[in-house]
Design a protein around this ligand. Structure first.
Ligand code: ZN
Length: 405
């Protein structure tokens, strides 16, 4: 059968603090089913015993200028030092409570990885080539790195059941992830240090922060506009790292609440349902005629709400950002038509708390271009129900409806 896949590429950029809005959200990537249907979250097939097999390239040179470690170049200890960073990066995501994609259910998520040479792994992931193997590469010179890009992850998903790539599992549903590969900049223009080597490696980026971010893409996430989120599209400055270092008690230390909420939504634990709730709504312009100039997204359709607003749930007592999302669309599973009606849906919020919800235009440090996959993959020209995704609306003034006394 024809191999029909969707390719998402997300790059982690160097940090550039230019000012902007203080908090902007977890966001899933989606795939439109080829046969028509609502956009499906990209995710692994947890009905498989081992949904996500991983490997990493030990291609030499593993040392400077690309990688900084405490252990001696080429030693077994050096491989262990790098391997530990990889294990902890997966462990950050699989260590979140309230999900099923965890290390208890799937020990392979934090088991030692296969170590493979460049010749047998990363070269298979060169441009226009996917092998169905999930690989972390430190030496893949053929892939182009734009200026400022430290690392990027390419995620391949199926848009129909029965699809596979290379040696991947055969997809059981549209949106199933078939291959994820992370490539670090290999040309010496950036150095990545393990936690042990970070303090003594001037100018080096924290490998753990960057890799845990890229693994977030493996799990199915786009970027988040929350500054503190691990999935924020910009890396911390050299010498700094995000959150807390993982510990046995808190393996998810590097994550923010926004990241944790996201993984709970993507791989929810049904036993946790009594502890969480959802806040939904629509972001609409005060003057609906403001939308009249936006082209109709599909035959008979119209844009009836703000598309791409950043909607954030804040704990009213602590002021902590718990989760956010980019609102703007809904899809009725009975007719499979995507409506650009300004809808948002923030799920898996802990119950027993009060939340403030605010909406803001996506005009901060993170801009619509940092979310291109999530914002562009809601329509597919070759699907049974084609449509055109409207441009993100960054030109509205948030107003809050006064509370009823
Ligand atoms: Zn990224």
């Amino acid at each position: 059968m024809k191999s029909s896949i969707a390719i998402g590429v997300m790059a982690l950029l160097v940090f550039a603090l230019l000012g902007g809005s203080p908090a902007e959200a977890y966001l899933m990537d989606t795939t439109v089913p080829q046969a028509g249907g609502c956009p499906a979250f990209d995710r692994w097939n947890l009905s498989l015993a081992s949904p996500l097999n991983r490997r990493w390239s030990t291609s030499l040179p593993l040392g400077p200028p690309t990688l900084a470690t405490v252990a001696a170049l080429g030693s077994a200890a050096q491989l262990s030092e790098i391997e530990q960073v990889i294990t902890d990066s997966f462990g950050a995501w699989s260590g979140v409570t309230g999900t099923t994609f965890n290390a208890t259910n799937y020990p392979g998520l934090i088991a030692p990885l296969a170590q493979v040479s460049a010749a047998s792994s990363c070269s298979n992931d060169a441009e226009n080539n996917v092998d169905g193997l999930n690989t972390i590469c430190f030496n893949q010179p053929s892939m182009g790195f734009s200026s400022g890009v430290l690392a990027f992850t390419r995620v391949i998903t199926a848009d129909a059941p029965g699809v596979s790539v290379g040696v991947s599992a055969t997809a059981a549903f549209a949106g199933q992830i078939l291959d994820s590969d992370t490539l670090f900049r290999p040309d010496g223009q950036a150095t990545f240090a393990t936690p042990a080597a970070l303090a003594t490696s001037p100018g080096a980026y924290d490998l753990e922060s960057l890799l845990a971010h890229e693994i977030g893409h493996w799990f199915g996430f786009d970027h988040s506009a929350v500054w503190r989120a691990l999935m924020f599209p910009f890396a911390p400055p050299p010498g700094q790292f995000l959150g807390s270092r993982p510990t046995a008690q808190a393996p998810d230390g590097p994550l923010s609440d926004d990241d944790r909420t996201g993984i709970r939504v993507l791989y929810p634990d049904p036993n946790d349902a009594v502890n969480v709730g959802a806040i939904t709504g629509r972001v609409v312009p005060a003057n609906p005629f403001a939308l009249a100039a936006i082209p109709a997204p599909s035959s008979g359709g119209s844009v009836t709400g703000i598309f791409g607003a950043h909607v954030v749930a804040v704990d009213a007592d602590t002021g902590a950002v718990i989760a956010g999302t980019l609102g703007g669309w809904s899809c009725d599973p009975s007719n499979f038509v995507v409506q650009f009606d300004g809808s948002f849906d923030i799920e898996r919020l802990p119950v027993g708390h009060s939340y403030m919800i605010y909406a803001e235009p996506l005009v901060g440090l993170a801009t619509p271009g940092d979310f291109s996959d999530a914002l562009n993959d809601l329509c597919a020209s070759d699907s049974a129900a084609p449509c055109t995704t409207p441009a993100v609306n960054t030109n509205f003034n948030p107003r809050i409806r006064p509370a009823v006394p």
